[in-house]
Design a protein around this ligand. Structure first.
Ligand SMILES: [Zn+2]
Length: 332
């Protein structure tokens, strides 16, 4: 029972079923917000198919040479197209990958190619991939991840079996972080709130000071925006849209941070005895909370929660960000 390290029960049941040769498809698309566990789930799927000593059908031991090689990303039948942060996936990378895809598997029952964040593929790369989907090489399995199905060409998405991952509950995230990654309960709870239930994102916060810094930058910018006019706030969203990541990815980056802030404001105004997520910003949180009513804050918070759940189906991420940022009153 090693799948549970991913936390997503429904998706796991689905993929475990697909480890059976008669069920296995040639392409899978795992969608969900960044840091939610898409890649970990894809790797678990590969392990469940290739493990040398599966403790039960559809399970993996996490201990044999194969499981270890997959974890270390050095397994001969698994190619991973990695990208640098925010960089596009280029047509050359897809062409290179296609050469390996046609080779017979070396030791596993299938040859796997994992391409994370396929929403970053250029039009040329996406079209090149389409060829592999239309004429799939035998005994090859393609695993794509993306922030949303809508970010990909429909001709690509429709040829994949889709597995959708949403954020976990705070409690589930806390459990995974403390049980599997040995964080203290307090740390786990803090990170679970901070990332709104994304395990990968929690681990990045835990390990990478730059991620913490980026989080703080978003908060400081929000503080600044709340003092400004609605027109200035719209200009700020405009600036966010001009950065090099896609509008949907920008929304996925910013909204969880905003949500954490409003949750803290609600705790402050309700004088609840619950630790703040952004405890180092307590002064500003208390000040903001004291200038709004409980109902106002609740309304803003609910809108953020709703926006986060709907992330994948956004038709227009810019509008969503504008709506959220225009909700709170001006607090000069
Ligand atoms: Zn194994």
């Amino acid at each position: 029972m090693q799948w549970n390290l991913c936390g997503h029960d429904l998706a796991i049941d689905f993929l475990r079923e697909h480890t059976k040769p008669e069920k296995m498809r040639q392409a899978y698309l795992i969608t969900g917000p960044d840091g939610v566990g898409r890649k970990s789930l894809a790797l678990a799927f590969v392990k469940a198919i290739c493990c040398q000593k599966p403790p039960a059908p559809g399970e993996f031991c996490n201990d044999c040479t194969t499981c270890r090689q997959i974890d270390a990303k050095v397994f001969s039948d698994l190619t991973i197209i990695e990208q640098e942060d925010g960089k596009e996936i280029k047509i050359d990378q897809i062409r290179e990958m296609q050469k390996t895809l046609t080779l017979s598997p070396f030791q596993a029952p299938r040859r796997f190619v994992l391409i994370p964040n396929f929403q970053r593929a250029t039009a040329g790369a996406a079209n090149a991939l389409l060829k592999s989907l239309e004429e799939p090489p035998p005994r090859a399995v393609l695993l794509l991840t993306a922030d949303a199905r809508e970010s990909l060409l429909e001709t690509i998405a429709s040829r994949c079996e889709q597995v959708r991952l949403g954020p976990l509950t705070v409690k589930a995230t806390q459990n995974v972080l403390s049980d599997q990654f040995h964080l203290t309960e307090d740390q786990a709870l803090h990170l679970a709130h901070l990332t709104s239930g994304r395990i990968g994102a929690s681990l990045r916060y835990h390990d990478d000071p730059q991620v913490v810094e980026a989080h703080n930058d978003i908060l400081v910018e929000l503080e600044d925006q709340l003092e400004k006019t609605y027109r200035a706030r719209l200009q700020y969203v405009d600036e966010l849209m001009r950065q090099k990541i896609s509008p949907r990815e920008q929304a996925a980056r910013v909204i969880p941070v905003w949500l954490g802030f409003w949750r803290d404001c609600l705790i402050s105004v309700a004088q609840a005895n619950i630790p703040l997520v952004n405890v180092e910003h307590r002064e500003w949180i208390d000040k903001t909370a004291s200038r709004m009513t409980l109902e106002q804050i609740q309304k803003v918070l609910l809108a953020h929660e709703h926006a986060l759940e709907q992330l994948e189906s956004y038709a227009n991420a810019r509008l969503v960000l504008e709506n959220l940022l225009l909700m709170p009153p001006r607090l000069p």
